[in-house]
Each structure stands twice: as structure tokens, then as C-alpha cells.
Design a protein around this ligand. Structure first.
Ligand SMILES: N[C@@H](CCC(=O)N[C@@H](CS)C(=O)NCC(=O)O)C(=O)O
Length: 239
């Protein structure tokens, strides 16, 4: 059985991390048995990021690479019915969600204090450490995040530009999804799992975030996020 190591649930979502959410809904969709271990400790992960999993004594990290391995081992891979073109589109859009739009979510949480941002307080509520220790940990984490945003490049733009870039991402995803329930066919495939994981995190942001206001303009993406949450976690109408 797979042992899944991921961050704890937050904001009435299965997870605070889109990558963890994507992997967990994939496992559920594929009816793969797993056991959850909630933790914020990234030290045992080969990439020092979550999620990671343990199977037969071996540890694997990176949601995308884990899914790739599970797909290769599966008798009924999720992506099998897609054409090469659909798989190519999937790869491009997943990169957009995870390597670009995700970073705007990170910026919204950790950097943009507009709209009564409660990220720090919300993290503190979930942390089981005294306030003064939390402050030190939070400062260190924020420093790391700022470095990552700078390295990725998004953090070097001014705020207006960052949200404009996110709007372009969401517009492209919304246009491509159109009126369909799923991107390809009548069942969710990997792109659906990657997308809802990021958009749900945006829609469930409890403060008045600029990113959430932008995303709410895309009704089909909001419906898609609710649909995926309700199918795989019996959640969805509470954002
Ligand atoms: N490509 C990785 C990304 C995982 C990732 O970025 N996880 C973040 C949380 S959303 C993390 O663990 N961050 C801790 C850190 O960067 O130190 C995947 O798909 O699993």
C-alpha cells in the first residue's frame, strides 16, 4: 500500500498544496489504495518538497513523477485514451498551472498583504508550536519563498503585472475548457486534476485576494473546481 506524505488539510480543502491535492485526487480516481500521513516536515522527501510517497520501502517525490510511474504500472492508465495531441496540450497546460499560475498563488499568500490577508494567522492556527517559535519559522519560510519567487522570476514584476499574467493564464484555461465538464471526454484526466488543484486553492482563499477576484470572473473554472472537489472529496459548494 502507498504511504502518502503531505501537508495537512486547510481552508476546507483536502490540502493547502495543489501538488498534494492533485496526487490525492489522482489516487482516488484510479482507485489506488493509500494511507495518508499529514506533516509539514519535508526532510524525508528526496526533493525536500511535499508530497512524497513510500512504497515497498522506497521513497518517491514529485507529484508529476509519481503519477508518471503509477501510470506506467497501471492496467488502466488515466491518460491512455488521449491522443498524442491531447497529451501534448495536457503537458503544456499543466506546466502553465504548476510552473506559472501556482507561483501567483504563492505570491498572493506570502507576499501580497492586500485584502486583509490572513495567511500568516491561518498558518499559525494550524501550527502546534508556541507563538514566538512560529514567528521565527514563518520568517524563515517567507525568506525561502521570496527567494523562490525571485529565482522563478515572477517575483521580479510589479503587482499589477503579476495579476495580469495570472489573468492571461486563467483566460486561456477558461477558453480551452469552454462549456465542457472535463477537458477531454466525459471523465477527468490529468489536466483536470492539475487545474482544479490550483484553482480550488485560489477560490478557497478566505480573504479578499485579487487573484480570487480575477478567478471568480471565470465561472466555468469555478464550476470545474467544485465538480472535481465534489466527485473526489465530496466537497465543493463552500468556497
Ligand atoms: N514539482 C513538485 C512541487 C511540489 C511543491 O512545490 N511543494 C511545495 C508545497 S506546494 C513544497 O513542498 N514546498 C516546500 C519548499 O519549497 O521548501 C511536485 O509536483 O510535487
Amino acid at each position: 500500500m502507498i504511504e502518502l506524505y503531505q501537508f495537512p488539510p486547510m481552508y476546507n480543502l483536502p490540502n493547502a498544496s495543489p501538488f498534494c491535492m492533485k496526487l490525492e485526487s489522482y489516487l482516488r480516481a484510479q482507485k489506488i489504495e493509500y494511507k495518508n500521513h499529514y506533516s509539514v516536515d519535508t526532510r524525508h522527501s528526496p526533493t525536500k518538497k511535499l508530497p512524497f510517497m513510500r512504497e515497498n520501502g522506497k521513497i518517491y517525490s514529485d507529484s508529476g513523477r509519481i503519477i508518471e510511474r503509477l501510470e506506467a504500472e497501471s492496467q488502466t492508465p488515466m491518460q491512455a485514451r488521449l491522443t498524442a495531441r491531447e497529451k501534448a496540450i495536457t503537458l503544456g497546460f499543466i506546466r502553465l498551472c504548476e510552473e506559472h499560475l501556482y507561483w501567483v498563488l504563492v505570491y498572493t499568500r506570502w507576499v501580497d498583504l492586500e485584502g486583509n490577508n490572513t495567511w500568516k494567522e491561518d498558518l499559525q492556527k494550524g501550527a502546534k508550536v508556541p507563538g514566538f517559535i512560529f514567528k521565527v519559522i514563518y520568517k524563515a519560510l517567507q525568506r525561502t519563498v521570496l527567494k523562490q519567487l525571485d529565482g522563478q522570476g515572477l517575483g521580479r514584476h510589479e503587482k499589477e503585472a503579476i495579476y495580469l499574467l495570472a489573468d492571461q493564464d486563467l483566460q486561456a484555461l477558461s477558453d480551452f475548457l469552454g462549456e465542457r465538464h472535463y477537458f477531454f471526454g466525459d471523465r477527468a484526466t490529468l489536466l483536470d486534476h492539475a487545474l482544479y488543484a490550483v484553482t480550488s486553492s485560489i477560490y478557497h482563499t478566505p480573504w479578499d485576494s485579487r487573484l480570487k477576484a480575477i478567478a471568480l470572473q471565470y465561472e466555468n473554472l469555478n464550476e470545474h473546481s467544485k465538480r472535481m472537489l465534489s466527485i473526489f472529496f465530496s466537497k465543493g459548494d463552500d468556497n
